[in-house]
Design a protein around this ligand. Structure first.
Ligand code: FDA
Length: 310
């Protein structure tokens, strides 16, 4: 079993969650990826990044809730976030990203309907302050449900965004279906452990699929959001945007908070629209484990900090 598969498996194990989150040394490593545990800390990061010409999408950390009460608390956290953003008057420079599993999507007996019911007021509150919501994409089994919720939300809020994962075999068709006027699609490689029956497993195959899907989105009338830190795919994106004669403000690059920060600043200085994905909140375990899984060097750094402080 690969190290990546092990870490992604661990990201779903509650007993390991306690082991990792209860260790003081973890904090320093987590701080690199997470903007803080409180809304005030997150808003300070928003002010700083937008002041440097980098837009943001904020993620209130949490996923896989197990009852309706927890799902309602996710909704309330996002409503508080949008209240906090309102006086900053940043419009679309500060939008939000949500994981529907934090809104009850996986609950038995109508989870998709519950997620739609609870996410709708968040989308309405975002529209009211002139910004948008993007639905993050989770495990492949949730894609139909998430795209169903997206279609419902787009009836009244056309700019609601989706995430497509290039690693999934289905994604080229999904990209074609979403290359429509007003759509916003963040294309990413995919952070979950998926079987070869539904996903490309080799890096080369995933990269080639990414380039194909990005071509579809760049040729379409929507707003492609290029969610990657990969230098090769970033040059593909710029070439495709040039070939299509796209205006610089008609597409954007998105990167995660704390990753390739110098490159984020460099691209923004060159006139590329750059948006940082800024997670905050106390429930950082799943997000953090996926970041460790993406890069062996992160795991080594994490294990070294454990060894030097315990
Ligand atoms: P790749 O993994 O090849 O990395 C390229 C380079 O980027 C590395 O060599 C390294 O320099 C740097 N890098 C990448 N990851 C790093 C890390 N963790 N730590 C340090 N350096 C790193 N996935 C998903 O399934 N659903 C979603 O909704 C989202 N949402 C999302 C939003 C945004 C804005 C981004 C950028 C990414 C996501 N992802 C995601 C995650 C995505 O699927 C993917 O796992 C990561 O972006 C890593 O893949 P890259 O494309 O960056 O390439």
């Amino acid at each position: 079993m690969s190290q990546k598969t092990l870490l992604l498996g661990a990201s779903r194990r509650p007993e390991l969650r306690r082991l990792v989150t209860g260790t003081p040394a973890t904090r320093r490593v987590v701080d690199r990826f997470v903007a803080g545990e409180t809304l005030d800390e997150a808003l300070a990061v928003v002010r700083s990044l937008t002041g440097q010409g980098i837009a943001v999408t904020l993620d209130h950390l949490g996923e896989g809730v197990t009852d309706r009460g927890e799902a309602e608390r996710s909704r309330d956290a996002y409503l508080a976030l949008l209240d906090g953003l309102a006086p900053l008057r940043l419009g679309r420079a500060a939008e939000v990203s949500v994981k529907l599993s934090a809104f009850g999507q996986a609950l038995p007996g109508g989870g998709t309907d519950l997620a739609l019911e609870l996410v709708r007021p968040v989308v309405e509150a975002a529209t009211a302050i002139g910004t948008t919501v993007t639905l993050d994409m989770e495990e492949s089994a949730t894609v139909d449900s998430t795209l169903g919720v997206l279609a419902e939300l787009r009836r009244d809020h056309l700019g609601t965004g989706a995430v497509l994962q290039a690693m999934l075999h289905r994604t080229l068709a999904d990209a074609e279906a979403l290359a429509v006027p007003g759509s916003r699609v963040r294309l990413v490689k995919g952070a979950y452990d998926e079987p070869s029956s539904v996903a490309f497993r080799s890096r080369d195959d995933v990269d080639a699929a990414y380039a194909r899907c990005l071509g579809v989105l760049m040729r379409g009338p929507g707003r492609p959001m290029v969610g990657t830190h990969d230098p090769r795919l970033l040059s593909v994106a710029r070439r495709l945007a040039d070939e299509q004669g796209r205006a610089p403000d008609s597409w954007e690059v998105q990167m995660l908070h704390g990753i390739r920060v110098d490159e984020q600043r460099r691209l923004a200085a060159e006139g590329v629209c750059v948006r940082a994905y800024v997670p905050y909140g106390a429930d950082w375990y799943g997000y953090f484990m996926r970041r460790l899984a993406e890069r062996p060097a992160n795991l080594r750094f994490f294990l070294r900090s454990l060894a030097t402080t315990t």
